[in-house]
Design a protein around this ligand. Structure first.
Ligand SMILES: [Zn+2]
Length: 164
């Protein structure tokens, strides 16, 4: 059981961003299913954008409100050296230990879910529905991953930032 869990953790570390993109594709397929008139390429572009945008908060964190943390300073050191591979590896292995991202909280998840349900009621709003759904699934995957990795939610989800 423990072995299986660490295997699943390894897979998630390796494919975290790929899963976000996969969820974007599923979002586009789902939206196309309920709004058949939608242009698939257009909604796919929107869903990929929506599923990646929450993680731009990492960069905002590194350069503004989180810049005093060792985590941010280590990350920025890679960027300064243009060591993109080192940066990607560092973030890949450590981002789950960052409990400071303000956007990654349960409120954002519920808000995205609420917008998703409201927008799906209006066929004219399928683009907005696509965006909201991909944002919602981004947070949902991050939440599920916390349970897989730690068996519980990271404190940031409950608005407790920077606490163990
Ligand atoms: Zn995220």
């Amino acid at each position: 059981m423990k072995k299986l869990r660490s295997k699943i953790v390894d897979i998630n570390i390796k494919y975290h961003m790929a899963v976000h993109v996969l969820l974007a594709i599923l979002t586009a397929l789902f939206i196309k299913e309920i709004f058949p008139f939608a242009n698939f390429i257009k909604i796919l572009a929107v869903s990929i954008f929506g599923s990646l945008i929450p993680d731009t908060d990492h960069l905002i964190y590194f350069y503004t409100y989180g810049k005093r943390t060792t985590y941010a300073q280590q990350a920025v050191a890679f960027i300064k050296k243009f060591d993109i591979r080192g940066f990607m590896n560092f973030v890949k292995n450590n981002h789950k230990l960052n409990h400071g991202l303000l956007s990654h909280n349960i409120g954002s998840f519920f808000l995205a879910s609420l917008f998703f349900f409201v927008f799906t009621l209006d066929p004219d709003r399928f683009t907005a529905a696509t965006f909201a759904m991909s944002v919602m699934l981004h947070f949902l995957y991050d939440i599920v991953e916390d349970f897989i990795f730690f068996g519980k939610l990271n404190p940031n989800w409950l608005f407790k930032f920077h606490r163990k």
